[in-house]
Write a protein that binds this ligand. Sequence first.
Ligand code: SAM
Length: 239
Amino acid sequence: VSFGYEDVTREEKTARVGGVFTSVASRYDLMNDAMSAGMHRLWKDRFVRRVQPRGGEQILDMAGGTGDIAFRLAKSGASVTVADINPSMLEVGIERAAERGIDGLVWTEANAETLQFPDRFFDAYTIAFGIRNVTDIPAALREAHRVLKRGGRFFCLEFSTVTWPGFADVYDAYSHHLVPRLGNLLAGDADSYRYLIESIRRFPDMPTFERMIGEAGFVRTRVEPIMGGLVAIHSGWRI
Ligand code: SAM
């Protein structure tokens, strides 16, 4: 499998992704604002509107990191479980929740490929900017399907492939030159940001990823591109 520009074993990729997020955890929220010029907040707002969380629902926010999606979901009164493979990211999230006075979230360490939750437990599964870091994506999608109830919904927010011609060039230049520099300047860590950009470039395009969601058993799959596919919301239903 690939890690940035290198080929590595599966175990090595999982370990290195762990290293990246341990390294960026304390600066993670600041960097999101800096690198997306605050736009990630609007994408996350739109994403959670699509999920339409409701009071009483059980929702799993996978790769939930420092809680951005979970905090938004929890406003509905839904019971939200935040799962992430990286304890440093979860720690930052738990602190942020305490600062904001948000309680009732469940925080748990988990690998998206092998979930400890029972079959058909959740009403919705969300994963934002997480799936491209997972080593075995088909396994994670199958697990998402397994833990959802019948009628449960899957939503994924992820960087995708820019399809607006002029914008693709600008974005390429920005991501390959400016992002590692910003990473160096703001977090003292250019390599982690090089990995993050390369992982975006290697992620399957919108139709391919939509097909993969279907292959995991989901139906009525959909993709909603945002900003010409810079980011995309993929969704599907378990029946
Ligand atoms: N969802 C949050 C957000 O939108 O701000 C965090 C996104 S962050 C870019 C990606 C997260 O994916 C990290 O917290 C990382 O630890 C987590 N991650 C990477 N591989 C994972 C895996 N196999 N299972 C669960 N989480 C994983």
